[in-house]
Design a protein around this ligand. Structure first.
Ligand code: ZN
Length: 295
């Protein structure tokens, strides 16, 4: 990480009630919105304020996106792109977490459960030992996705690596850091995946996770399940995009509640928390969060 680079404020919560209490405090809401409101107005007027981009580790300018304007306010998570590297807010949060978590490790071994994505592209510049993968069980899809990856990374040697998060091919304790973003909700047996994340991380290794999260709910909403080999819908089917097959939708099985943190503890992680992140100089706006666990 660049010495002296501005950092976002990271706060960690192990309990749902503490997190929700913080989320409603004026120190959080009033202070954050007071900074964000004039900024979003400036963006809408066409200006592009400067900030420190934790994805490319340099100065960037914020780019306004029309789709960020929603009735409930500016939707930062999928917007707030950096004009230099294109990283949107959630990607800059992940990148900052990796840079900070890796600060004391020489040549950190990083695994991402994604490869054909802007986050993989930006992190491979900082972490030469990074391994990324996609779920591409079909060899034909894998070959097509590899061609896309070569073009995307401008690297004729790039290849898609297939991995199933419930049965990773890596030896035990292969990685220092692991990131899995918006994957777990598509895995019916997600506790198996958490066990695999634990297995492939070294002692003291850390994982950063995101998935649809009902931050006020103790329990997970099960939207669909597999019963006797058959798919059973409990809630109206919800599909998310597939990076390797354009136009394809992947079924969402879960909107997680706080029991996801308990599932991580059960998988063997010794320290599990919700990360709340916000930063003015880093342009990490909105109420961004992710789950962090240490083996
Ligand atoms: Zn950038």
């Amino acid at each position: 990480m660049m010495a002296g680079a501005p950092l976002s404020r990271f706060r960690y919560f192990t309990q749902r009630r503490d997190y929700l209490k913080w989320m409603h405090e004026p120190d959080c809401q009033t202070a954050r919105r007071a900074v964000e409101l004039p900024l979003t107005q400036a963006l809408e007027r066409g200006s592009s304020p400067q900030f420190f981009c934790q994805a490319h580790q340099g100065i960037g300018r914020l780019v306004h996106s029309q789709s960020a304007l929603t009735p409930s306010g500016y939707y930062w998570r999928e917007s707030g792109a950096c004009d230099d590297c294109g990283a949107i807010t959630r990607i800059r949060l992940a990148a900052e977490w990796f840079h900070r978590a890796a600060a004391n490790t020489a040549e950190p071994r990083v695994y991402l459960t994604e490869q054909l994505t802007p986050l993989y592209r930006v992190l491979r510049r900082s972490f030469p030992n990074i391994v990324g993968s996609e779920f591409t069980p079909s060899l034909l899809e894998q070959a097509k996705a590899s061609a896309k990856l070569m073009a995307y990374l401008l690297d004729p040697t790039a290849m898609i690596r297939h991995e199933d998060v419930c049965k990773l091919s890596f030896p035990d304790q292969s990685f220092d850091l692991l990131g899995s973003f918006d994957v777990l909700e598509h895995v019916p047996d997600y506790t198996k995946a958490l066990g695999e994340f634990h297995r492939v991380l070294r002692d003291g290794g850390q994982v950063l996770l995101t998935a649809p999260f009902l931050n006020a709910s103790p329990t997970t909403l099960v939207r669909a399940r597999i019963e006797g080999g058959n798919l059973v819908h409990i809630e109206p089917p919800e599909y998310h995009g597939n990076p390797t097959i354009p136009g394809d939708g992947v079924l969402c099985f879960y909107h997680f509640g706080w029991e996801l943190l308990d599932a991580l503890r059960k998988a063997g992680f010794r320290s599990v928390a919700m990360l709340d992140a916000w930063g003015e100089e880093t342009a990490l706006f909105g109420d961004q969060n992710a789950i962090v666990a240490t083996r």
